[in-house]
Design a protein around this ligand. Sequence first.
Ligand code: G3I
Length: 385
Amino acid sequence: MNNKFKNITYVTVFYTVICLIGCSNIASTSIASNDTSVSDTLYSHFKELFHVGAAINEETILGYDSQSEKIVTTEFNSITPENSLKWMFIQPKPNEFNFSVADKYVQLGLDNNMHIVGHALVWHSQLADFMQDIQNSAEMNAHVQNHVNTVVSRYKGKINAWDVVNEAFNEDGSLRESVFYNQMGEDYIDQVFRWAAKADPDADLIYNDYNVYKPLKRAGILRLVEKLKSNGTKISGVGVQAHWDLNSPSLKEIEQIILDIASVGVPVSFTELDISVLPSPWEMVGAEVSQNFSIFEGDPKMNPYPNGLPDVIQNQLAKRYEDIFKLFVKHKDKISRVTFWGVMDKHSWLNDWPIKGRTNYPLLFDRNYQPKKAYQTVLDLSTTD
Ligand code: G3I
């Protein structure tokens, strides 16, 4: 063999080996793998910056969805229960607690050494029916105290962070007139945070809400944080739900959320991130679950991608996630967690809200549990500014 030919052969072998290594890496990121030493995963990529989590549904918690469980335990280091810790499931009748699913949820997190989130202690929605009928302040106080104390104490030292109060503000920054507000008075949030802190002094205690990009609403939340701090009441952070779409809120608005929350001395957790790609009826945004536009059900204009997401939109989604995560990296010192509201598109609540029966594509994993372009874009990001 002459030298020239030999060199070509060496070069060919070299590039073949490189290609094989490269190809096996692509394969191992496209199929979730427990062997994080081989491939980058979402949580390992951002490990030094913030937790990366997912909300998980009951099927996953109970072990009925092994593909979802595999993604959760491979890609994420934090979990939130999408529904299973809400009052209507945990205490459906006065002082009758049902912890069966919640216990399994917490065990799943412990088994996988995850940052475990409790969602949500006090929320006017998905509340037990009996709570709606209480007309007496003392009775309301007693039930809320009992609920907070019983649930937080049960998972003391196991649940790392609680969404203590959820969605307590109106869009104008005033307090929502929920059953809690009406019966316990405007200081009820302070009171609930104190009960939670007493039950588990080491847990992070978070106030969580949507539409935090709206200045008036955000101002109300920031006033709450300052008030709790000046009262000496523990509050560990603000949870920003982040139910966003391809264009709104703007990156500038998102950055302002981060800066403003940091300015009152607490970190931000992005607690419920998803990006809707579907048309929004009227100008409705946010996550007010009582709104439902049933007149649009079955309207193809409102459900344009029933058979798959066109590449052009897939690319827009990837770019949107890239831009958002670039901001998260830039402000990593102010952010403690980024949690996606779900694991894969098929199970997202956004298929049924605000219009039932649509096909939405808000997450990083598609309907077949495969990573989307947005997943790779996020993984390709540099984690230094
Ligand atoms: O419990 C019933 C069950 O008995 C019945 O068989 C089943 C049939 O559809 O419905 C079950 O209730 C559903 C519940 O989730 C539990 O699975 C409700 O219909 C459904 O509307 C409810 O939706 C949840 C929604 O909160 C309710 O407000 C979504 O899954 C959940 O993703 C969503 O999460 C909220 C956060 O907690 C707070 N921030 C906003 C976010 C999105 O709305």
